[in-house]
Design a protein around this ligand. Structure first.
Ligand SMILES: C[C@@]1(CC(=O)O)C2=NC(=C\c3[nH]c(c(CCC(=O)O)c3CC(=O)O)Cc3[nH]c(c(CC(=O)O)c3CCC(=O)O)/C=C3\N/C(=C\2)[C@@H](CCC(=O)O)[C@]3(C)CC(=O)O)/[C@H]1CCC(=O)O
Ligand SMILES: NC(=O)c1ccc[n+]([C@@H]2O[C@H](COP(=O)([O-])OP(=O)(O)OC[C@H]3O[C@@H](n4cnc5c(N)ncnc54)[C@H](O)[C@@H]3O)[C@@H](O)[C@H]2O)c1
Length: 191
């Protein structure tokens, strides 16, 4: 059984630290920023690869610190993602996060993670997060591609229509639920 609890975070209101500036850091920063383009992110590393810096050009709010990690980098953070090539550093940061009650993801290292990044399907306002419980990120990626393919782009029109109807519905809560269930009966799985 997959016991992970999925939530959808408002990263523009949180303060996220990414430790590292190389390939894996780019992967994780891009997962954060493609999903949440206004995410408040700070990245710290003595070396940033050109690809990472080029990607970050699109996100001027991201703070880039070109130096080694310091414990004070954890001050004021809500989330921490470690993505360096130094396992001992990751173990130390994880311990410091535990002391501070900070949630920490150590890229590609399940035993040090408080949370995993998911594989994300996006169609307009619809977002689906996939987890394989860490069993196979590659299979998660395949399932993402499959869902991206089968979910029609028109789903956004359906969502917008439902939002409009939802705002106009009067009556008690149960009556609203009944009306909304009726309206959506054929929306997703048309036969
Ligand atoms: C979903 C996604 C999100 C993201 O990172 O954005 C993600 N990994 C992605 C891709 C990917 N990662 C890896 C490969 C190479 C092939 C392979 O190993 O399969 C590929 C595929 C590729 O790149 O093509 C390597 C890898 N990853 C982990 C380990 C360690 C281990 O398993 O022990 C190793 C071995 C490292 C090594 O060999 O040393 C661990 C984790 N990776 C997770 C998330 C978490 C579990 C998610 C879940 O429950 O499925 C977890 C537990 C922690 C975390 O990192 O958060 C993203 C898909 C994006 C998309 O949709 O395209
Ligand atoms: N690249 C991949 O796709 C991949 C796949 C599997 C495993 N790995 C493993 O993941 C690790 C990272 O790989 P990578 O390709 O991102 O490496 P990389 O060389 O591109 O990046 C390493 C980053 O860690 C930073 N770093 C080192 N010490 C630091 C410190 N004290 N404080 C802050 N940052 C520090 C470096 O400045 C650099 O930005 C490696 O151990 C690698 O073997 C990578």
């Amino acid at each position: 059984m997959n016991e992970l609890f999925p939530i959808f975070l408002k990263l523009d209101r949180l303060n996220t630290l990414v430790v590292g500036g190389g390939n894996v850091a780019l992967e994780k920063a891009s997962a954060l920023l493609r999903n949440s383009p206004s995410a408040q992110v700070t990245m710290v590393a003595p070396m940033f690869r050109p690809e990472t810096l080029e990607f970050l050009n699109e996100y001027p709010q991201v703070l880039v610190c070109e130096r080694a990690f310091e414990l004070s980098d954890l001050d004021g953070r809500d989330l921490v993602v470690c993505a360096t090539d130094n396992r001992e550093l990751h173990v130390g940061i994880k311990a410091a996060c535990v002391e501070r009650h900070l949630l920490c993801n150590v890229a590609d290292t399940p035993d040090l993670c408080d949370f995993y990044l998911g594989s994300i399907v996006q169609k307009g306002d619809l977002k689906i997060a996939i987890s394989t419980n860490g069993k196979s990120p590659t299979l998660a990626k395949r399932i993402r591609a499959f869902l991206e393919d089968v979910i029609p782009d028109e789903i956004q029109e359906g969502l917008e229509g439902m939002e409009a109807v939802r705002k106009t519905l009067k009556g008690d809560f149960q009556a609203k639920i009944k009306a909304l269930n009726e309206l959506t009966k054929d929306l997703v799985f048309r036969k």
